[in-house]
Design a protein around this ligand. Structure first.
Ligand code: 9MG
Length: 273
């Protein structure tokens, strides 16, 4: 894997990498408040790396439906100490989950090598310029609306075609802004302005997005479309990770790293037999 700043190649040692979720927030939907303290978040991240996470996604602003926005100073206060503590302590690639270019800039200076942007910056190209200048990997995610509005009756004529068109348009716009496709991974944005039916259709239609020849990321872990209580979604989350692997996804973003890595490695061994 070669994700050094300035030399991002998105080379994958295995078909599907596991990204562990580290929410440094008081209000995330599945582990809200547990890791708001920098030491607790760092210890959790190191445990995820020991469990098999090849990437660690550090986020300081909850993206659950209806979550209030967090201001830049507070987001920086939450994530930068965690990234500083992790840098040099783990081989896992550190990713910053943010919609703010200034946070992405500070996080890459502190050691993050991937920018996970759920907004896939639609209003201006500042975030893309940060990714281009720092050489960081850039995850462009599809979302209808914003976290505050996205689950107010999302509608599509054809959700797979809409997301496919969005990827085509964003890749072109990013290239025009100086961010080459080689730095980009694509994410359909499960749960971001989608009904359960839309999410299932996207999982079923994942292979349509392989035509872009960019790594695909799938983040379905513990999301509400899986049904049941949030604490009882491990089996369905793993089913989504295996579906992602079967469709050739490059990264799965998950809470339960050990169990997911075990399932994927088994799936790959069967696939290769
Ligand atoms: C931050 N975040 C929460 N869910 C996510 C998902 O599905 N994809 C990406 N890229 N980021 C997510």
């Amino acid at each position: 894997m070669n994700w050094q700043t300035g030399d991002i190649k998105w080379q994958f040692p295995r078909p599907t990498l596991v990204m562990g979720i580290v929410n440094v927030t008081p209000d995330s939907f599945s582990d809200g408040g547990k890791f708001i303290d920098a030491d607790a978040a760092t210890a959790h991240a190191l445990q995820l790396a020991a469990d098999g996470a090849e990437l660690l996604d550090i986020g300081g602003e909850s993206t659950r439906p209806g979550a209030p926005p967090v201001d830049e100073a507070e987001e920086l206060r939450r994530v930068i100490p965690v990234i500083e503590k992790l840098t040099g302590q783990t081989d896992a690639v550190i990713s910053i989950d943010t919609q703010k270019p200034a946070v992405a800039q500070a996080a890459t200076a502190a050691g993050a090598r991937v920018i996970n942007d759920i907004a896939a910056h639609r209003t201006d190209d500042t975030m893309w310029r940060v990714a281009a200048q720092t050489g960081a990997g850039y995850i462009a995610m599809h979302m209808q609306g914003t976290p505050q509005t996205m689950q107010n009756a999302p509608e599509y004529d054809d959700v797979v075609a809409t997301v496919e068109a969005f990827f085509a348009e964003r890749l072109e716009a990013m290239a025009a802004a100086g961010l080459p496709a080689e730095q980009v991974a694509l994410d359909p944005g499960f749960g971001f302005g989608k009904t359960a039916g839309h999410n299932l259709a996207l999982l079923a239609g994942l292979t349509r997005f392989t035509r872009f020849q960019r790594p695909l990321m799938v983040g379905a872990s513990r999301k509400s479309f899986l049904g049941g209580k949030v604490t009882e979604r491990l089996g369905s989350s793993i089913a989504c990770a295996c579906r992602a692997a079967a469709a050739g996804a490059g990264i799965v973003r998950v809470h339960d790293v050990r169990e997911t890595a075990q399932a994927l490695r088994t799936w790959e061994a069967i696939n290769g037999a």
